[in-house]
Design a protein around this ligand. Structure first.
Ligand code: 4NP
Length: 154
C-alpha cells in the first residue's frame, strides 16, 4: 500500500509504477494500492500535473481515485510504504500493535537502505518538481521490485 498526504500526487504514481515494474520483471501475485493520510481529496482523480507528467513517460494514472488510509488497511497489506516522515507519523498513530507498526516503512528507505529520505511533496512546486518526483519514484519502485524478485519484502 503506497501512502502520501493527499493520494493525488505521489502515491498514485507509486502504485502505477510499482505495478509496472512488477509486470516487467514477471512478478505475479501482489496487490498494489494507494491511499492518503488526509481524506480531503477523497474521490478525486490525481492532480492534473501528475497525470500530465506521467503521460510524458507513457504512464496513465488518471483512473486512480483518492481515498483515505484506514486502520483496516493494516490487515489487507503486508507493507505500508509512506512517502515522507509526516505520512510516517500519521500512519503510525493508527497502528495498534507492533505487528502493524512493523509493516510501515519509509518508501525510499526500503528502496535504498540507509537513505532515510522522504519523497518531496510536489504540490506547491512547478512542473520540474513533478518530473523530479517521477524519477525518484520510478527508481525506487524498480529497486523494491528487484528485492521482491530476490525473495525479500523490503
Ligand atoms: P500528495 O500531494 O500527498 O503527493 O498527494 C499533496 C496533495 C494535496 C495536498 C498536499 C500534498 N494538499 O494540501 O491538499
Amino acid at each position: 500500500m503506497m501512502v502520501c498526504h493527499g493520494n493525488i500526487c505521489r502515491s498514485p504514481l507509486a502504485k502505477f509504477l510499482m505495478i509496472k515494474k512488477l509486470g516487467e520483471k514477471g512478478i505475479a501475485g501482489y496487490e498494489v494500492d494507494s491511499a492518503g493520510t488526509s481524506g480531503a481529496h477523497a474521490g478525486e482523480a490525481p492532480d492534473a500535473r501528475t497525470i500530465a507528467n506521467a503521460l510524458t513517460h507513457g504512464v496513465d494514472v488518471s483512473s486512480n481515485r483518492s481515498k483515505q488510509f484506514k486502520s483496516t488497511d493494516f490487515e489487507k497489506f503486508d507493507r505500508i510504504y509512506v512517502m515522507d516522515s509526516a505520512n510516517y507519523a500519521d500512519v503510525m498513530l493508527l497502528a495498534d500493535s507492533e505487528r502493524e507498526k512493523n509493516k510501515v516503512k519509509l518508501f525510499l528507505d526500503s528502496a535504498h537502505p540507509g537513505s532515510d529520505d522522504s519523497v518531496p511533496d510536489p504540490w506547491y512546486g512547478d512542473e520540474k518538481g513533478f518530473d523530479k518526483v517521477y524519477h525518484i519514484i520510478d527508481k525506487a519502485c524498480g529497486s523494491i521490485a528487484d528485492k521482491i524478485k530476490e525473495g525479500e519484502l523490503p
